[in-house]
Design a protein. Structure first.
Length: 371
């Protein structure tokens, strides 16, 4: 019988459970009130509750009215409550209303003619970043809000690009078109394959990126993702396919489109169709990203260094291939695109919601990676 009696706290209630184990609602035996019953499950709720009431020798549930309220007569507690709250008529007549004053009352506070002006709305409207209490330009008003409220210490040449505007295939489609126009067919195919891999990896995290930012029990940390970040390490130009900032930390994603290939991941390294892949390069990229983020966060906060900077983990995302003999290489996560979300969630909660937004605020600035 999927129902149980609960006498904890105040009242005597019956918690009704569906045959599949989900909670249907609560029925108060003293007041006759019903709570938390979805309209689509009222029939199941009544059937399960009547079975429990009949087994305990109680009257059946009277059912729901047109507006969803119960049709049971008011209980003894409800009748006493209504009696005590009833306004009894008085024998004395009500006093006449006071006469309106002829002139303005100096003791009465005058209502303001209009509300005081607050922060003006930006030209493009409020963004989604500021809707939940965080603003991506919280450290520096160099973003869209700076157009209406410029900082006095801002230099005219201090310009930066918002990397959050970049799509997953940023720059690749244009380069592929140029290669196709010049007759470089192999380069065109490789660039388009890389663009498809970026789109597939970004799509694999679409559920995490579109998750609600808050719930009834508290704020839920957002997942942030940037694409196509250009930086120079030493003398080598490097492009970060993706940068993910989530509760598990900061992750540098490198997409490897390998359709139909077999990838051997072991503690020694990575092999694709028998060819060894050097993972020292992506480890170096992860260390450089960690240093630049720590420096940018400290600079934005006005400190020389950050005591506890976010950890950066490099990730190799294999697209279109099969991973065999899978074991994690040292310091690098190797996963398929379909398992990327689960691999990042398995890292636990290392960053708070505020830490994610602070890191994202500096990561989306192009001068974090070019200066």
């Amino acid at each position: 019988m999927p129902a149980r009696r609960n006498r904890l706290g105040r009242g005597d209630k019956v918690v009704v459970i569906s045959p599949y184990g989900s909670r249907l609602g609560v029925y108060d035996l003293e007041t006759g009130e019903v709570t938390d019953v979805p309209p689509a499950f009222r029939a199941t709720f009544v059937a399960e509750l009547d079975e429990w009431l009949a087994a305990h020798g109680l009257d059946p549930f009277p059912g729901f009215g047109e507006n969803g309220a119960t049709t049971r007569p008011p209980s003894r507690r409800q009748r006493m409550r209504d009696t005590l709250s009833f306004q009894r008529p008085r024998d004395t007549a009500a006093p006449p209303p006071p006469a309106a004053p002829r002139g303005p009352d100096p003791t009465r506070r005058r209502e303001p003619a209009a509300l005081e002006a607050g922060v003006p709305t930006p030209t493009g409207g409020w963004s989604a970043d500021s809707a939940d209490g965080y603003r991506f330009d919280a450290f520096d008003d160099g973003g869209p809000r700076a157009a209406g409220h410029p900082r006095p210490d801002r230099r005219p040449g201090d310009e930066w690009t918002d990397l959050a505007r970049y799509t997953p295939d940023h720059g690749l489609a244009r380069r592929a078109a140029a290669a196709r126009r010049d007759g470089r067919r192999e380069e065109d195919v490789a660039l388009r394959r890389q663009a498809d891999a970026r789109l597939e990896v970004a799509q694999s995290l679409s559920r995490e990126l579109a998750a609600p930012v808050s719930s009834r029990i508290g704020r839920v940390a957002r997942w942030r993702m940037l694409h196509g970040i250009d930086l120079v390490i030493g003398r080598e130009p490097v492009v970060l396919d993706h940068l993910v900032i989530c509760p598990g930390g900061v992750f540098v994603l490198e997409d490897r489109p390998q359709p139909g290939s077999k990838v051997h991941a072991s503690t020694d390294g990575l092999e694709v169709d028998g060819q060894h892949v050097d993972l020292a390069r992506i480890r170096t990229i992860g260390e450089e990203v960690a240093d630049r983020l720590a420096e940018a966060i400290a600079l934005a906060a006005g400190f020389e260094e950050v005591l506890n900077p976010p950890t950066v983990t490099p990730v190799v995302v294999v697209v279109g291939a099969t991973i065999v003999n899978h074991s994690r290489p040292r310091g690098v996560i190797v996963t398929r695109a379909g398992d990327l979300g689960r691999a990042l969630r398995s890292r636990g909660d290392r960053l708070t919601a505020a830490a994610i937004e602070e890191t994202y605020a500096v990561a989306r600035r192009s001068d974090t990676w070019t200066s």
